[in-house]
Design a protein. Structure first.
Length: 255
């Protein structure tokens, strides 16, 4: 990495083996996958790492599986950010941007992050000051892919998807979807982003943008990193520069 910009190797490390402090250099990206399928006793222990507001949100989930996933994903995020900032996981404060994207409150400065999760896997992307977004999906059949593409993809992306062999169409659709979502999240999220105003390519081997209509955005050296954090999961990380280095790890919260 970053040659090819494909992240498929995610060596596992237990929480107890993480250094007390982690650092991130300018122009680098750290990607962490966090398995969410943990035992109830572990999940309840992790609730001490999240805020009272987050515990309230978790308790509003009627579905126990969704509650578990929410707690583990947000506890994993906080435990990682704690190592980068030196602030206890439960003491970290977040502020929301105009479109709802969270960032660390001041202090500290210099750390940007984004969180995504799909079914039993979460991914945390961390960088220094850059705009960053990440999105993953479990590889699955998307029965209404053509109709969804017509609503949310650009005409270029629709054409590329139509040209893909039927056996590869689900993967191509989810590749496009996660790249667009990651870009929207890097911009701050929200409905103000024109999804038809930019096009990503659908190639696993050569992730990138086909076009960006907005001149101010087109002048930024955006990069897409194709990620496969677990078997049957794929996604993308988007950053507003060409990363000097990308490090991928799998965080084991029960080790």
């Amino acid at each position: 990495m970053p040659a090819g910009m494909i992240a498929t190797n995610w060596p596992s490390i237990g929480l107890d083996r993480l250094p007390p402090r982690l650092s991130i250099e300018q122009g680098c990206v750290d990607l962490w996958s966090v398995p969410l399928g943990l035992a109830d006793r572990v999940v309840e222990t992790l609730t001490a790492c999240i805020s009272a507001d987050e515990r309230g949100r978790a308790d509003r989930f009627v579905n126990a599986k969704l509650r578990r996933r929410y707690i583990v994903a947000h506890a994993g995020l906080r435990l990682l950010l704690s190592r980068y900032t030196g602030i206890a996981a439960g003491a970290l404060d977040f502020v929301l941007g105009p479109q709802g994207k969270p960032s660390l409150a001041s202090p500290p400065r210099g750390i940007a992050f984004n969180l995504t999760h799909s079914e039993e896997v979460a991914v945390v992307a961390i960088t220094a000051t850059n705009r960053i977004g990440v999105d993953i999906e479990r590889l699955r059949e998307v029965a209404d892919a053509t109709a969804i593409a017509r609503l949310f993809f650009s005409t270029i992306e629709e054409s590329m998807l139509a040209a893909v062999a039927p056996a590869e169409r689900n993967r191509a659709f989810l590749t496009c979807w996660t790249r667009k979502e990651a870009f929207v999240k890097a911009l701050g999220g929200g409905l103000s982003v024109d999804l038809a105003g930019f096009a990503v390519n659908l190639s696993r081997e050569l992730p990138g943008f086909s076009s960006i209509r907005e001149p101010d955005l087109a002048g930024i050296p955006w990069s897409i990193i194709h990620i496969e954090p677990e078997t049957h999961y794929l996604g993308a990380t988007v950053i507003d520069s060409a990363p000097r280095a990308v490090t991928c790890s799998r965080l084991d919260l029960v080790a």
